[in-house]
Design a protein. Sequence first.
Length: 583
Amino acid sequence: MTDPVAAVRKVFGPGRRLERELAGCELRPQQQAMAEAVAAAFTNKGRLAVEAGTGVGKSLAYLVPAAAWADRERGRVAISTYTRILQDQLVSRDTKLLTRLLPGVPRIEVAYGQENYLCRLRLHTRVTHGLFDSREQARAADALLEWSAATETGILLDAPVNLPPKLGRRVGRDSAACPRQRCPYFGECCWYKARRSWDAAAILVVNHALFFAGSGENGILPEFAAVVFDEAHRLEDAAVRHFGVQLNQGWLIGILDGLSPVSGRGLLQSLRGTGPVETLASETVACRAELAAFFDRLVTETPGPAPSRRGPTRSRRRPAEDRGPWNARRRLNGPVTPTPAVGLERLGTALSETSADLADEELAAELGGAGRWLREAAAGLRRFEEPGEENSVRWLETGPAGTTLNLTPLSVAEPLAGEVYPRLGTVVLTSATLAVADSFSFTAGRLGLQGFRFLRLDSPFDHRANSLLYVPGRMPLPSEPDYVAEAARLVGDIVAASRGRALVLFTSYEMMRRVHGLCDTGGHTALLQGEMPLPRLIEEFRTDVHSVLFATQSFWQGVDVPGQSLSCLIICRLPFEVPDDPR
Ligand code: SF4
């Protein structure tokens, strides 16, 4: 293949391959300018940040030079996105077009975090020992078992089963519970098969969280020579999570429930009659009580907004039925002592020791995994006990998933500039929103973008001439009782006018379900997020042109639905972060 600059010249511009390949495609000078800048960055091992407005066609503008460079230089490129939706779009759609534009495109693979891959050992352990909290879990596990015989990839989100969340966490791959070569399913393991395909890829599509956690020395990802961060406006969020500590009460309780649930059957019940199981069970109960008391004490003793019984803040403007992303946050002034670290550490060690003596390898792996997580949680809690950490803020967040203890770095510019970028030859950041008040200086400061070239490209769309903005003049506040009925009526009127073809976005699942339940879409198919796996939902929305999709969370960004299917976007409430978010 030719070099990146020549490849860009062949693809973009009047009469070139892109125009010939896509009949009726409008040339976008901004896309060509971006592709040329990215090609120059690859050629010169440079650093580039590009703000490219909606419709520029960013993906192709970086994929063409990245593919040409990877093929010619035999270097591996990471394309990192924030959302899984964009990851999937890149692999399923954009790379197909790329292959038509550049014959001989090198191998492109997608990588998700380990918990997204089915662990056959964990699934069999659950089914064999009946380790379920409910009948719903048992039914879903049976369906998974059937699917597991046929799946090539083992990617859980692609399974034709609506997985109860707790079960998903317990059958996904868990490094702490994986005996690797000693596992009886090692030869057919979905995770290790995926890892082999990543090693063979020239371009690997990852997400920011996985990129930070998995790259570098001892990381699970292969080595990269270059990276393109798409959706770079969320890079700081992902970096803050990676360099900070988060300990969620629900996650910890979930581990203890897996051992000995309040109802249903846990690991320890399966081991009855073996060694010190009774002691472990009573220590698990004690740990759960200690954790609950610890988090309760933190919430009641730390000044801040009062959490409601349903989790987040009591606020007239934030009704119980629409908590959405707004949780109660409190700053912790100084170290937190005492914590339940000692109890968790003791139980974790006892579990690991017991697992080493177990003859049943399946149960031993699960028990050892739980032990390791508890010891890691104890180590995390100790970070909150220590003084220092001047460059971080300790804080609590109370929401529907329980309370989360956070240790958040005030800035990630230093580790990004000092540890992450220097590992790579070429670094490209792109997003539709990187500049603030026409300047990159804020973003450059937050993300440590020293030595970067900056480029701004406007949207090629004439929004003023081609779009219509409607803001209803009289709507009840979301806190008022008639808001849901009025929102449903209004959405019904709008989709009647747009003949379906609409995406309706919410900031909470509950509000989404209630409006969907009341809304008359006039015979147009009403699709609801959560009713089917995400990739299928998007495909249905694309192919059923007049359908209406009610969605939240993952649909706020990264979704690209070309053509008529997405002609109307209805935003029921803007998803602003609250000013007390320390991130
Ligand atoms: S090798 Fe590890 S991840 Fe794979 S099936 Fe076995 S335990 Fe699960």
